[in-house]
Write a protein that binds this ligand. Structure first.
Ligand SMILES: Cc1cc2nc3c(=O)[nH]c(=O)nc-3n(C[C@H](O)[C@H](O)[C@H](O)COP(=O)(O)O)c2cc1C
Length: 332
């Protein structure tokens, strides 16, 4: 693999979603090996003091690299946490050439097409056979994938998300950290662009599921309220919500959850299904522990995902990425 080939693979890897679009990674490449490191300089000490969500983000980038390699005709294998350096998250070794399958090409094409979609979805359910497929994809990485379907599970999950969101909105340190990662410049190379988050107050949205409020405190009163008081009430959104988790709760488990999430998102995208994480309830030990107890989960919840079909004509603001040259070092 030459420098240009690695640049293409790393470009695909950096399209990975990451918490607050922090892109907490750095890469080094030699002829047949890509190493992925956590970049501690991009940490979120308030929201993510253990680095769990950032390591998950890096796990997604690892798997996006594997998918990009396969589509380019290279079989690879992944070794997680290959040495004593805790920030050395993975080594991706190129084993040899393969003939890329249609599936490899479809998944790689989904890397550029996937975006976090926070707007309400169409009132159309995600088919059970697709959910079964996603469950199998996650299971290959030791990660469970559980649609939240029973009404008492939904009530408990919605309650804990709302509780966590309320705690976050009342926490000046959380808000200050969030503010550092919200971007008004659409050309920004990191952070969450305001154009990618719905303008309306998430509380006024016709949905049980509160998306994370990225612009709390900056909205003027009444903004987003319906203009026509006689208009029929908007249809209540019923997204599919899934919980993903692992038996363990260490860096290895977080990386596996990230790799599973990568496959889930790409297979879903190829099937026309979009997603947005709803991780507020997992940010805080108190709500995360209660979620485990209320849903009788075996193991540790790592990701809550809202899934559905995007509305026709719905525009999604594309979140920026740092240039590859900033994150990749190729050894001569
Ligand atoms: C571990 C993790 C947690 C996330 N949590 C949330 C969340 O709670 N709410 C949300 O709207 N987006 C969440 N996101 C999505 C990121 O904000 C998004 O991936 C990032 O801004 C880049 O945008 P993109 O996915 O459209 O490329 C999360 C992403 C990851 C990887």
């Amino acid at each position: 693999m030459d420098q240009q080939q690695w640049a293409q693979v790393v470009e695909a890897a950096t399209r990975a979603p990451s918490i607050h679009n922090t892109q907490p990674w750095r890469f080094t490449a030699t002829a047949d090996q890509l190493d992925v490191f956590l970049d501690p300089g991009r940490a979120l000490p308030v929201l993510d003091p253990t680095g769990r969500q950032q390591v998950i983000s890096c796990g997604i980038a690892v798997e996006f690299a594997v998918v990009a390699l396969a589509a380019a005709g290279w079989l690879s294998e992944v070794e997680l946490l290959p040495d004593d350096d805790a920030d050395h998250l993975a080594t991706v070794r190129v084993i040899g050439p393969i003939v890329a399958t249609d599936e490899d090409s479809a998944l790689a094409a989904s890397i550029a097409r996937r975006h976090t979609v926070r707007d309400p979805f169409q009132p159309r359910v995600v088919p059970v056979d697709l959910l079964d497929r996603l469950q199998a994809e996650a299971a290959a990485f030791g990660t469970w994938f559980k649609p939240v379907t029973r009404s008492e599970e939904e009530v408990a999950t919605v309650f804990l998300i709302d509780r966590a969101e309320e705690m976050e909105q009342g926490d000046p340190a959380y808000l200050a950290e969030l503010q550092q990662w919200v971007r008004t410049d659409p050309a920004a190379v990191d952070g969450v662009p305001v154009g990618a988050v719905p303008a309306e107050d998430p509380h006024g949205r016709p949905s049980n599921w509160s998306i994370r409020d990225f612009v709390v405190g900056t909205r003027s009163a009444g903004e987003g309220a319906p203009v026509d008081a006689d208009a029929p009430p908007p249809e209540v959104e019923r997204p599919t919500v899934v919980l993903m988790g692992t038996d363990g709760d260490d860096r290895y488990a977080w990386l596996q959850a990230g790799r599973a999430l990568a496959r889930v998102l790409l297979v879903a995208t190829a099937a026309g299904v979009a997603a947005s994480p709803l991780t507020q309830a997992l940010d805080w030990p108190a709500t995360r522990t209660r979620l485990r107890a209320r849903l009788s989960l075996v193991g540790h919840p790592q990701m809550l995902l809202r899934m559905g079909y995007p509305r026709e004509g719905g525009e999604v603001a594309v979140s920026g990425r740092r240039p590859v040259a900033e994150v990749l070092t190729v050894a001569p």
